[in-house]
Design a protein around this ligand. Structure first.
Ligand code: SAM
Length: 217
């Protein structure tokens, strides 16, 4: 059984204390965070920590992001039900599930096929039908389905990849951590009448984006 009363209580506490109390206001994002069973996306040995206020290991040296970070990055995208979103760094698939509840289609890329397969299996079991998966270098985007109304990068890049700017729709929003391999600043990049605007949100720490327009492997 995926869901129990106890997990639901844990999730309510997480949403109230870590998400709403810290200023996330978009009710659709709050509702999505309330619906997705985060404990299902982590290894069984970490399940009892799934609703705590920090990232957790998902194996292969990678992490599932802190719940608050997932909520803020999602809120910054300002997603509408008809939107198409590109996600770079599928990881556990947890952020993918939140996005899939809020838009029409999610295109998600993960460079490690073992993580992609595990995420795909979990998202299939939860019944999601609006997610396309790819194993590969997400720093190059996924040109086939561009342009995207939203692009979210859940790994830290040295710079905003040009490929992602090119694949962002007019009025689109791109959320990406930019900085060194250890520390970054969350950036919001928007495109209006072909012009690019960039705003820094706050400091953060993500695993590196490895690839042609990321850090060298
Ligand atoms: N959003 C994920 C979740 O909810 O579990 C967490 C993602 S984790 C912080 C970052 C992920 O980005 C890792 O799984 C890593 O393998 C992946 N990654 C790093 N560089 C990548 C690239 N160039 N293309 C695709 N995925 C990449």
């Amino acid at each position: 059984m995926i869901e129990t009363q106890e997990w639901r209580h844990e999730r309510e506490r997480m949403v109230k204390e870590q998400i709403v109390a810290r200023g996330v206001e978009d009710q659709r994002v709050v509702d999505a965070m309330m619906r997705v069973p985060r404990h299902f996306f982590v290894d069984k040995i970490y399940a009892h920590q799934a609703y705590n206020d920090y990232p957790l290991s998902v194996g292969h040296g990678q992490t599932i992001s802190q719940p608050y970070m997932v909520a803020v990055m999602t809120e910054l995208l300002e997603l509408k039900p008809g939107d198409a979103v590109l996600e770079i760094g599928t990881g556990s698939g947890y952020q993918t599930a939140i996005l899939a509840l809020l838009c029409k289609m999610v295109y998600t890329i993960e460079r490690l096929s073992a993580l992609k397969e595990s995420a795909r299996d979990k998202l299939d079991r939860l019944g999601f039908k609006n997610i396309a998966f790819m194993t590969g270098d997400g720093s190059l985007g996924w040109p086939q389905y561009a342009p995207y109304d939203g692009i979210i990068v859940t790994a830290g890049a040295p710079e905003v990849p040009n490929a992602l700017i090119d694949q962002l729709a007019e009025k689109g929003r791109l959320v990406i951590p930019v900085g060194s391999e250890l520390y970054q600043t969350l950036n919001l990049v928007t495109k209006q009448r072909g012009r690019i605007f960039r705003k820094e949100i706050f400091e953060c720490t993500f695993v590196p984006l490895l690839g042609k327009q990321g850090w060298k492997e």
